[in-house]
Write a protein that binds this ligand. Sequence first.
Ligand SMILES: Cc1cc2nc3c(=O)[nH]c(=O)nc-3n(C[C@H](O)[C@H](O)[C@H](O)COP(=O)(O)O)c2cc1C
Length: 368
Amino acid sequence: MPSLFDPIQLGAIHAPNRILMSPLTRGRSTDAHVPTPIMIDYYRQRATAGLIISEGTGISQEGLGWPKAPGLWTDEQVEAWKPITQAVHDAGGRIVTQLWHMGRLSRPDVIGMQPLSASAILAPYNRGPGPNPYAEPRAATLDDLARVLDDFTLAARNALAAGFDGVQLHAANGYLIDQFLRNGTNKRDDQYGGSPENRMRLLGEVVDRLIAELGAGRTSVRLSPNGDSQGADDSDPEAIFVPAAAMLQEKGIAFLEMREQNPTSSFGRTDVPKLSPAIRKVFTSPLILNQDYDLESARADMESGLADGIAFGRPYIANPDLVERLRSGAPLNQPDVKTFYTAGTEGYIDYPALNGPASEQPALQAAE
Ligand SMILES: Cc1cc2nc3c(=O)[nH]c(=O)nc-3n(C[C@H](O)[C@H](O)[C@H](O)COP(=O)(O)O)c2cc1C
């Protein structure tokens, strides 16, 4: 069995190791969702990852209800991404962007309109003090969905123009595509609701649009199949996510990445068993698993053949040279939760690398 440090072909992308950086929203863009120069350093510092998956990146104003998260629908946003992808490439790395429509989790004070979802069901809020910042969404009409598909097409085209190596469709964590997949949030009675086949229709249509722009070898998808995600849940996760994974295999995407929760996780908990064993049977292209991995558990899931690679989230926030640390058994820096989403450089580009401050290592070489 290959190890974390062996190369892997992810569709058209050759990754020199199997350690991926999972998508991490950090809120360092402008109010107009334009990436800022500190993001150049941040991503360059992490260029030894087998593949960087960017933070969730909005496809439209309507779908990006997170303040200071980046977008990919204006020329200004595209231009601001270019030096970021260039810096990663110059440092020997690879980066795809995670395309994001937040659906009912788009805060109305950020998007300036009522958000869309599969059905008009308000998202619950239990992430902190204060009132629920979400609004009851409108059930998307067929015209709305046609526009959303066009927005994904434009964002995919812009991703290529901005220099990304590909895209990851964010179909996880209770956002728009996930709201359509799950029967707790999708109560529609048209061709997008009801049966699993209907609920995964939007996922399939978006993937088709991305493939048309970029090719299947540069198109990937993220799912979070087990348990509640920000209020989105399903009474029978296996019945929707196993066929969805089979459909993605059929479409020939480059890889599928899955965030799987567990009963003790510090990032969303669930007792719902992991679906990766069932999904592995129908998805035979590269399957990347995520959440709560360390070197030992990563090894175990790769040696059993369950995973072809592992995506690390919080460890990548705090360890720009995570590949080297895992390879050498060096201790890991611990991430500071307080600066996950704050503006500025603190807790962002100042985590030290093994050989000194990461910011003083302009030309980190690729690991292999
Ligand atoms: C600060 C922060 C931001 C995140 N942003 C995103 C995001 O933009 N898109 C996404 O799919 N998941 C996002 N996640 C989830 C992570 O990608 C990952 O699934 C989670 O941290 C669990 O992996 P870990 O145990 O390796 O940290 C975020 C998590 C954190 C902690």
